[in-house]
Design a protein. Structure first.
Length: 332
C-alpha cells in the first residue's frame, strides 16, 4: 500500500511539473517546502475567486488593488482545473458555466494555524473581497462579482488540501465589464480610496451602488441608488427632503449654468423614488430605466467627488450643505 505522504508527494510533483522525472534542484525544492511545513505552526494559503463578466485589455496579466488583493489573469492550468479540460484548443466543461468562463480572479494570500479547521474565510480576506467588489462596481456601471472562493496551500503542505468557501450564489446578470489599458491606473487610484480608512458614512452609498449594479429590475436599481444618494445629500437633514435633495445635488455643479438642470434631474429622481415606495404613479419601464440610470450616475459622481476625502468627508460635517448652497463653494 502506498503511504498517504508518498501519494501526496507524487500528486504535488505531477501537478506542478507535469512529470515525475525531476532534476535534483526541483525535487529539493519540494522537500524543503515539506520541511517548512513540519517546522512551522502556520500554513500559508492562497485564495482565488473567479470574477464574473470582467474583460481586461490584452497584455495585462495583473492589477494590484491593494497590497493584499489583486486581479490576476487565470493560467491555462487554473482554467482547466476550474472549468474542465482542453482538447484541440476547445474547452470541455465539467459542469454548466456562464457563456463566457471568467478569465480573471481576485487573488491573495494569508496564514492560518497549521491544523485549524478553516470553516470560512478569515475576516480580513472576506473584507478584502467585499471591498474589491465595491471598488469595481463603484468604478464602472456594469455588473461584476465573483464565484466561490477556491483555497489551496502555497507550497507542499500534505495535510492541507484544496477547499472552497461560499457557493457563489449571488446572482450576477450577464454583462460585459470592460477595462481598457488606460483605465487601469484610474481603477487603482479609485480602489486605493475604497480600501483606505473611509468614514462610516460611506458604507451605505458604496454598498447601495454595488447592489444597484447587479439589479435587473429598474425600480430596484432606482431604490438602491436613491438610498445611497440620500445618505450623502440628506445627511443630517430631516425636513423638506425632496427640495433639499435636489438643491444639494445642484449646488455641487462645476458651472453655475448647470445647476438648474441638475436640480430638475435630482427632483425627478426623488419624485419617482417616492412614487415607487408609496405605490403611487404610473409604471413606465422606459421612464423607470431613465430615472434608475440617472440615479446610479448621480451616486457614482458624488462618490468620485467625496471618496478622496476619506475619513473626513465634507458632507458628514455639520452645516456642510448650508455652506455649499449659500456660498456656492464646496468646502472640506
Amino acid at each position: 500500500m502506498v503511504s498517504p505522504l508518498l501519494d501526496a508527494l507524487v500528486r504535488e510533483i505531477w501537478a506542478r511539473y507535469s512529470t515525475l522525472d525531476l532534476d535534483e534542484a526541483a525535487f529539493d525544492e519540494v522537500i524543503a517546502e515539506f520541511e517548512r511545513f513540519i517546522d512551522t505552526d502556520q500554513v500559508r494559503l492562497r485564495y482565488l475567486a473567479p470574477i464574473v463578466n470582467l474583460h481586461v485589455a490584452p497584455g495585462i496579466s495583473e492589477i494590484e488593488l491593494c497590497p493584499t488583493v489583486s486581479i490576476r489573469r487565470l493560467t491555462s492550468a487554473e482554467m482547466t482545473a476550474l472549468y474542465g479540460y482542453e482538447r484541440d484548443g476547445a474547452m470541455f466543461t465539467r459542469a454548466p458555466i456562464s457563456l463566457s468562463a471568467p478569465q480573471f480572479a481576485f487573488v491573495g494570500e494569508f496564514e492560518e494555524p497549521k491544523f485549524s479547521e478553516v470553516a470560512q474565510a478569515p475576516e480580513q480576506v472576506r473584507q478584502d473581497l467585499r471591498l474589491a467588489v465595491l471598488a469595481l462596481r463603484s468604478f464602472k456601471p456594469w455588473a461584476v462579482g465573483h464565484l466561490a472562493v477556491q483555497i489551496s496551500p502555497v507550497g507542499f503542505y500534505p495535510a492541507v488540501g484544496p477547499m472552497i468557501w461560499g457557493d457563489g450564489s449571488e446572482y450576477i446578470p450577464l454583462d460585459s465589464y470592460d477595462l481598457t489599458a488606460d483605465e487601469i491606473g484610474q481603477l487603482q487610484r479609485h480602489a486605493a480610496y475604497v480600501f483606505a480608512g473611509l468614514h462610516r458614512s460611506f458604507e451605505i452609498p458604496l454598498s447601495r451602488l454595488a447592489s444597484a449594479a447587479i439589479k435587473v429590475q429598474h425600480t430596484d436599481k432606482l431604490l438602491d441608488a436613491s438610498i445611497g444618494l440620500e445618505a450623502i445629500l440628506l445627511h443630517g437633514i430631516s425636513s423638506e427632503v425632496t427640495y433639499r435633495f435636489a438643491l444639494n445635488y445642484a449646488s455641487l455643479a462645476a458651472r453655475p449654468s448647470d445647476r438648474a438642470a441638475r436640480f430638475r434631474t435630482a427632483k425627478e429622481v426623488y419624485k419617482r423614488r417616492c412614487e415607487i415606495v408609496h405605490g403611487e404613479g404610473t409604471s413606465n419601464n422606459a421612464v423607470d430605466q431613465q430615472q434608475a440610470d440617472a440615479a446610479v450616475e448621480m451616486l457614482r459622481e458624488l462618490l468620485a467627488f467625496f471618496l478622496p476625502e476619506g475619513p473626513n468627508p465634507g458632507f458628514a460635517k455639520e452645516g456642510y450643505w448650508e455652506h455649499v448652497v449659500l456660498s456656492g463653494l464646496p468646502h472640506t
